[in-house]
Ligand binder design. Structure first.
Ligand SMILES: *Cc1c(COP(=O)(O)O)cnc(C)c1O
Length: 401
């Protein structure tokens, strides 16, 4: 049996929506993006959502919006995908890495220790779709107001550290009965091909800024800034008589095309009505099975405050060394099941090593990583395939430890 890790969910409705965009005569940013943004707002209840061409660029845009640059520090977890750190590096600021907890998410105590006079933003990551402790985070930045030194008008206006959540994994996850998106200042979703909802490449910047910000105004600014700082988008300019425009900001070119947004327009309602539930069913299937295995550490799924979006099933093998985990993955791969590791902690990657980050400073990130195996989780998986996956994993683990 061959089981891929994370194929996209493409059905007739997706094909119909994409065909509609193709036949409409308009393929870049226009009505489909608008519709996708409306759907994100409708389902997650965020005041405003801006479609962008990736979560990475959405994070950069958010950092730039807050006037963050050289000399500033942005706190991120050491355990995440590299894009979290690269977004900070691209805008010229310094990522400050903090270790994570046993639930894979950034340590709030660690953040508190890492805050300095230079800290301008914190970028928590809802790893695997498990929400961070947003109440604690929001309270923490409030309590550090006196240590905040604004150097930009939006910084003056907020008067504290900004929280930009890298929620690439977490659309549909819940925190205290709210969907991720209205849980902090800015939330960025990814619609990359392997994420829960996809547009092949893409993302959304969700605005939930407190007073005195007007989210609609900031949305209008960001929309313009994401399109070269141009006063008219190509769609408006394409209308007769609409030729004249101006460039009013040193903007970026990170808009989402309609052709891609169409995939998300077809997927998003189905995700909330059906696909998310199917992911949860598979997650529960794995939980029930691995609960019976003394060597398995189950990933967080739900508690009284949080419900995961089940983006990854991050199994850990109790007491496995990195080497044993690698051997287990080799055995699983030989049986045709594609698994992954989420994540190699950033300080273990060459770039970050060359910057001087050391994995020894992030013992929990290493501990989580060395024993972790992410299993396939998507609605197309059949009961027979799931049964095969858990059998293959059990054999691989029990013949290795
Ligand atoms: C996928 C991912 C990103 C990047 O998303 P893109 O849309 O590909 O830019 C950022 N952070 C995390 C944690 C991710 O998994």
């Amino acid at each position: 049996m061959k089981i891929p890790f994370s194929p996209p969910y493409i059905d007739n409705d997706v094909i119909k929506e994409v065909t509609d965009a193709l036949e409409s005569g308009w393929i870049t940013t226009g009505p489909k993006v608008k519709r996708l943004e409306e759907l994100v707002c409708e389902y997650t209840k965020v005041p405003n959502a801006l479609g962008v061409n990736s979560a990475t660029s959405g994070l950069m845009l958010s950092l730039k919006w807050f006037g963050i640059g050289e000399g500033d520090e942005v706190i991120i977890p050491a355990y995440t995908y590299a894009a979290t750190a690269l977004a900070v590096i691209h805008i010229g600021a310094t990522p400050v890495m903090v270790d994570v907890e046993d639930d894979f998410n950034i340590s709030i105590k660690g953040i508190e220790k890492a805050i300095t006079k230079k800290t301008k933003a914190i970028m928590p990551v809802d790893i695997a779709g498990w929400p961070c402790d947003y109440d604690e985070l929001n309270t923490l930045v409030e309590s550090k107001r006196s240590l905040f030194y604004p150097t930009h008008e939006n910084q003056e206006k907020l008067g504290r550290i900004l929280i930009i959540s890298d929620s690439a994994h977490a659309i549909g996850a819940q925190y205290k009965n709210k969907y991720i998106g209205i849980t902090t200042d800015i939330t960025v979703f990814s619609f990359h091909a392997v994420k829960n909802v996809t547009t092949a490449e893409g993302g959304a910047v969700c605005l939930n800024l407190p007073e005195p910000f007007n989210n609609q105004d900031e949305y209008a600014f960001l929309r313009c800034f994401s399109l070269n700082g141009q006063t008219k988008d190509a769609f408006t300019k394409s209308k007769a008589g609409g030729w004249r425009y101006d460039i009013i900001y040193p903007g970026m070119k990170i808009n989402l095309p309609d052709l891609l947004a169409a995939v998300g327009v077809a997927q998003l309602p189905k995700y909330f009505s059906t696909i998310l539930g199917q992911r949860k069913d598979i997650f529960e299937y794995y939980q029930d099975y691995f609960l019976t295995k003394p060597w398995a550490i189950l990933p967080p799924y739900q508690n009284s405050d949080k419900i995961s979006s089940c983006h990854l099933y991050a199994l850990r093998i109790k007491d496995a060394t990195e080497n044993q985990r690698d051997m287990i993955i080799d055995k699983i791969s030989k049986e045709g099941v594609a698994v992954n590791v989420h994540f190699q902690p950033l300080p273990m990657l060459s770039l970050f090593k060359s910057y001087g980050y050391k994995i020894e400073d992030y013992p929990n990130a290493y501990k989580n990583y060395k024993a972790e195996i992410s299993l396939p989780i998507y609605p197309q998986l059949t009961e027979k395939e799931l049964n095969y996956i858990v059998t293959v994993i059990t054999n691989a683990v029990e013949s290795t430890l």
